[in-house]
Ligand binder design. Sequence first.
Ligand SMILES: [Zn+2]
Length: 244
Amino acid sequence: MELTVLGCSGSFNAPPAGPCSGYLVRHGNTSIWMDCGNGTFAHLQEHVSAEDLTAVVITHEHPDHCADVYGLHVLMRYGLERKGFPIYGPEGIDAHLGQLVDGGWGDTFDWHIIDDSSKTRVGDIGLRFSRTDHPPPTYAVEATADGKRLVYTADTGPDWTVDAFGKGADLVLSEATYLADGSKPDYPHLTAAEAGIAAREAAAHRLVLTHLWPGLDRRMAVAEGSEAFGEAVILAAPHLTCRV
Ligand SMILES: [Zn+2]
């Protein structure tokens, strides 16, 4: 399985992390666009054509995780004339996001509801979901292929951890919005150190930090995350590709 970062800015896009949350997960002929945050669609198409995309997963309704669904809709509907393209997301997200689409989504998308006990298979990749510590219904994603496990935290505070999927994930892609410098507001997100502690306690093999607040001292994020994790963490960057 292969993970490619399309964007990793937390909450709004800015250099150098580029677009907001978006990742491409591939195995065999299966290509899943996991979160379609603002700015990620262009980067996605540098790695896979929209014709070859298998499905989209939207972890929650915050725009930094789903705003590029509108561009996908235009291409799928008017460019490719595709019908029934699968999108997985929390209950009600189709109606919520559909308010900006004049006349609705038509039959372009086939919406699949995910919840805390959802488990499904998309092509060659198995998916499980877990409700995180973040106010709108938000679901972390576990992707499994060939016996390897990738866990993506989506957005979360420390009251949910990657341990929810069991120990020993091969790669954890964790949000790490803030540093331990007191700048973290009273809203459920993680610091790099909290991401590191959670991944260490869940015996994760590798940890990639993402959803970085623009302007964050990235070297400090690596230092704090690595110290908490117990070994060197990887900092997400647009187009970074990791084998899982
Ligand atoms: Zn976010």
